[in-house]
Design a binder for this molecule. Structure first.
Ligand code: SF4
Length: 378
């Protein structure tokens, strides 16, 4: 049989940025015609203990993550023996479904090499599928993510970079990311179909400079681990599902100016009295902060899902004027953690904004003070 390959246009010489590749997508769909993506059976245990042979997160599949998170994770492996992690069954089902799709797709492409171990300088990895000139990394992705890459006309930056890393490691000049849309059918769990509505491949040139940037990042992470230091904190989407959020927040000190400034939110949620008290706040007003662990809404404490990271803010008259931000900001969880440990927290209004023509919406910025501020650097 003639060897097939994931070759793009062989004559191209200028670097091609990643873009939707109709030719590769049609080629793959042709290969998958009649292939049944079903047959996935999710595990039913509540949680699974997974052991890792090589305890390091410095892998192509991880290096796109927050550098601060990777330092914390890598540091947690140091000096430990065989490393295990408890994974909730819902999360494990997602991984296993992805593996299931990989296997079905790879079985439909017997002429190509799959699951090939590679190494680029200091970082080892296992690529999904290798052709004569290209490497493809397969991704199962939810509807929101699928629509986002479709709209952007480009793969996610970290996904493409991962594919480039594998391609460069394998001596290939093209990198591709193949997305499979994961449907959630009637709450019955993930399913998918191999058609043009569920499959898209993006491809571009594998620029070694991208792989070198990850090598540099890996070295910075090793240096931080060796020095016991951390990269600067910066809020990002990833914070919402970050595994090491508790450890990250534990190392933030609200006494530093960057983290001690905040604002009052939720002032319009509870009717006229709260809003009036909020609008009446003036610069210099002292505010009382109180933890509300039983709040049913919003983010949970990073180390305890049963407790809310909610901090109520009370004005000088004793009326609640709102909350400290808990979504997209660590402020509330840090203050909550401090109060839970027996500390005392208060705040002062440092700036009043709005309430004028053209900027009617009121804002109140505050400075937070922690007394008995023993931050647990553990
Ligand atoms: S909480 Fe955010 S900044 Fe902190 S380690 Fe996690 S992803 Fe990084």
């Amino acid at each position: 049989m003639k060897q097939e390959s994931l070759i793009l246009d062989p004559g191209r010489v200028t670097p091609i940025p990643p873009a939707f590749d109709r030719r590769m997508t049609d080629w793959l769909l042709g290969k998958l015609q009649g292939v049944d993506p079903g047959g996935f059976v999710a595990a039913t245990e509540d949680e699974v203990r997974v052991s890792h042979e090589r305890p390091s997160c410095l892998r192509p599949s991880s290096l796109g993550h927050c550098e601060r998170a990777l330092v914390l994770e890598e540091a947690s492996y140091q000096g430990e023996g065989p490393w295990t992690k408890v994974v909730p069954v819902a999360l494990r089902a997602k991984f296993e479904f992805g593996t299931h799709v990989h296997r079905v797709v790879q079985a439909a492409l017997p002429e190509l090499a799959h699951e090939v171990r590679v190494q680029y300088k200091s970082i080892p990895g296992t690529l999904d599928t290798r052709g004569a000139k290209s490497v493809v990394d397969w991704k199962t992705i939810n509807r929101k993510g699928f629509l986002a890459v479709k709209k952007a006309g480009a793969p996610r930056e970290d996904h493409f970079r991962q594919a480039v890393f594998y391609a460069v490691s394998a001596g290939r000049t093209k990198a591709a990311v193949g997305y499979f849309l994961k449907d959630e059918k009637n709450g019955d769990g993930p399913s998918t179909a191999f058609d043009a509505d569920h499959v898209m491949i993006f491809s571009g040139d594998a620029d070694p400079a991208l792989a070198d940037e990850w090598e540099d990042k890996a070295q910075r992470i090793r240096d931080h681990v060796a020095a016991g230091s951390l990269p600067e904190y910066a809020v990002m989407d990833e914070c919402r599902w970050c595994d090491v959020r508790a450890a990250c927040h534990a190392r933030l000190d609200l006494r530093l100016p960057d983290y001690g400034r905040s604002k009052i939110v939720g002032s319009t949620m509870a009717g006229e009295e709260r809003l009036a008290a909020f609008v009446a706040l003036r610069e210099g007003d002292a505010l009382r902060l109180e933890w509300e662990p039983t709040n049913e809404y919003g983010p949970r404490m990073p180390d305890d899902e049963t407790q809310a990271a909610a901090i109520m803010v009370f004005g000088p008259t004793g009326v609640q004027v709102g909350y400290l931000p808990a979504t997209g900001s660590p402020t509330a969880s840090i203050v909550a953690r401090h109060l839970r440990a027996g500390g005392v927290a208060s705040a002062t209004v440092i700036e009043c904004t709005g309430g004028v023509d053209g900027r009617e919406n009121h804002g109140r910025n505050v400075e937070i003070m922690l007394a008995s501020a023993v931050m647990q650097h553990a």
